[in-house]
Design a protein around this ligand. Structure first.
Ligand SMILES: Cc1cc2nc3c(=O)[nH]c(=O)nc-3n(C[C@H](O)[C@H](O)[C@H](O)COP(=O)(O)O)c2cc1C
Length: 196
């Protein structure tokens, strides 16, 4: 471990994970910007999709993304808060898996976040037709009048995921594959090495 003892290596890795997560929210090109979010459907089947990490709060250990409150994922999170997030960094090759509890920002908070967003993001919430609905023809959305700004804001939802476990896996020829788990209890971080 190049002179670094095992527990300080875990501390360093933990710091790197959160540094990269914070970068995801502020830098569109950063490694963890796009995450795979897993929820459960009503019959317990897993469902996956990509979301963009928009906000990260290191102190509260939360990651946030935006979605349409008419979407399937929104309904699934309403039904059941536990979610998983997956992301991959290519250089060096690192996978992180996050387990957490999803919750919705209050409408006051969502409105204030809405006003901080540029038009390109806001426009996604003006559709009169709900996400996932069948179209009568391919161009139907483009010719359907947009909804009002009040409606668009009510479609806009901010989901916070409070992370309770991080599983970190590094695939590295020179150092060897390494895997570590970080769990957050009552304020304390518990870190341990796992078999990769
Ligand atoms: C690069 C990329 C980024 C995406 N980011 C988001 C996002 O931040 N929020 C979101 O609701 N959907 C996002 N989507 C779309 C979702 O992956 C998904 O297709 C859509 O929201 C429907 O998911 P659902 O039916 O499970 O709700 C993104 C898709 C791609 C390809």
């Amino acid at each position: 471990m190049h002179g670094e003892d095992r527990s300080s290596a875990l501390e360093r890795i933990h710091g790197e994970i959160w540094r990269d997560l914070c970068l995801a929210a502020s830098h569109p090109e950063s490694a963890y910007r796009w995450m795979t979010l897993a929820t459960s459907s009503s019959d317990g089947a897993p469902e996956l999709r990509t979301v963009v990490v928009r906000l990260v709060d290191r102190e509260r250990m939360t990651l946030s993304f935006f979605t349409d409150q008419r979407s399937t994922k929104w309904l699934q999170i309403c039904r059941s808060g536990p979610v998983a997030l997956l992301c991959l960094k290519k250089h060096p090759l690192v996978q992180i898996r996050l387990l957490g509890m999803a919750d919705f920002a209050s409408s006051g908070e969502a409105i204030s976040i809405w006003h901080d967003q540029h038009l390109g993001i806001q426009q996604q919430y003006y559709s009169r037709i709900s996400p996932g609905r069948a179209l009568k023809f391919v161009g139907e959305l483009a010719v359907t009048p947009k909804t009002s700004t009040i409606e668009a804001i009510s479609n806009f939802s901010v989901i916070h995921v409070k992370v309770h476990t991080i599983d970190w896996l590094s695939i590295d020829k020179s150092e060897g594959d390494r895997r570590a788990e970080f769990t957050y209890g009552s304020g304390e971080v518990e870190a341990r090495w796992l078999v990769p």
